[in-house]
Design a protein around this ligand. Structure first.
Ligand code: M6R
Length: 359
């Protein structure tokens, strides 16, 4: 039930702080230890490479997962679009472990890969929101997102739940392996910080509504740019905007603009720059200057510690590796309000189904 909310998408955006808290409750005991099945951790611990397989928004959550697994736990991780993997599988390592990210647990493209993985006899984990879903039943292990039903076609709280649960899994994996960097990373308190930060952002949604009106309500195209996890976020932000508002939107690695895409920038083109990583903040700002100089209408979304006085959206500070959990919120709201302002059915965009059960 959407209760007092006009649409499920807005309700589900608002529910995200609560989902973060639920995940902390579900996966940590009173003394702060992660509660994840030992058998799963033993099997995962034997892998020499992780293969994350997913589609759409779940694929974008996988891109952030790769950063978490590699940067914190040092395990090589590949992320694959399920429909590509199905016909063009990569060369596999000796001891691969597969992670299927899927809100619904029913996506046909991902199921097809899991069937193949089972034929090969490799271990697998499904991270899903739906207990007993097909991908959950067919994988060796399941972890649940506990996000509550996601009704709007555009995925919001499942994306943030997937990233949070990936972080929790990295924590369990790294603790079991005695990896110092992971031991020092207090995921439970980081996720609580994230929940508070998300709350601040949803409380300021009217600011984003106004920005959407001025910047996106009549545009034909838009760009999101960033580097590292901000690039991963840019891709998700672009998908969200295009699927509910039908604005042609692309997410770009900001350094790639000058290799072609900058030709599309003209007077008034909306460009959203995401800046949450101290390593690359100056570089992304200089790319933003290049599009500003060509007349682009640039919206800066930056973490508080990296923000300047001119940045329109300032994000609460969280660990840079978890920043997509907060930076995604204003981009979800931008997509939502743009769709509403254009008079579209935001919960049921044209041509799309909630779960894609055909190949
Ligand atoms: O249920 P799944 O996570 O497997 O679904 C994957 C995609 O179909 C899904 O994320 C889709 O891209 C959403 N409409 C995006 O908002």
């Amino acid at each position: 039930q959407k209760g007092a909310y006009p649409h499920y998408m807005l309700k589900e955006i608002d529910e995200q702080p609560g989902v973060m808290r639920t995940l902390v409750q579900e996966y940590f005991d009173a003394s702060g230890n992660v509660k994840i099945d030992q058998d799963l951790l033993d099997t995962l611990g034997q892998a020499d490479r992780l293969y994350i397989v997913a589609a759409g928004t779940s694929y974008h959550a996988g891109l952030v997962g790769k950063e978490l697994f590699e940067k914190l736990a040092g395990i090589p991780t590949e992320v694959h679009v399920a429909s590509e993997f199905a016909y063009n599988p990569p060369l596999l390592s000796k001891r691969p472990f597969f992670i299927f990210l899927t809100q619904s647990g029913e996506t046909a493209d991902s199921r097809q890969v899991l069937t193949q993985v089972n034929e090969w006899g490799y271990p697998s984990l499904t991270i899903t929101n739906v207990p007993n879903s097909t991908l959950s039943r067919e994988a060796s292990y399941t972890l649940l997102l506990h996000a509550g039903p996601e009704i709007a076609v555009a995925s919001t709280k499942a994306y943030t739940a997937q990233i949070a649960l990936e972080a929790i899994l990295v924590k369990a994996y790294g603790e079991a392996k005695g990896i110092q960097k992971v031991k020092d990373f207090d995921v439970a308190s980081e996720l609580t910080k994230v929940a508070n930060g998300m709350q601040e952002l949803v409380d300021e949604k009217h600011n984003v509504e106004q920005i959407a009106k001025e910047m996106l309500s009549t545009t034909r195209n838009a760009f999101y740019i960033g580097r590292g996890v901000d690039y991963a976020l840019a891709q998700e932000a672009a998908l969200k905007l295009k699927e509910v508002s039908y604005v042609q939107t692309e997410g770009f690695a900001s350094g790639e603009l000058k290799h072609g895409t900058i030709a599309l920038i003209e007077e008034g083109t909306p460009v959203v720059a995401i800046i949450t990583d101290p390593k690359t903040a100056a570089h992304t700002r200089s790319n933003a200057q290049e599009v500003l100089a060509r007349g682009a209408n640039v919206l800066f979304i930056a973490s508080r510690d990296l923000a300047t006085d001119n940045d329109q959206i300032v994000l609460p500070e969280v660990d840079p590796l978890l920043s997509p959990l907060v930076s995604v919120v204003p981009t979800q709201l931008l997509a939502y309000y743009t769709s509403i302002q254009r008079g579209y059915d935001v919960d049921k965009p044209r041509n799309l189904a909630k779960s894609v059960t055909v190949e």
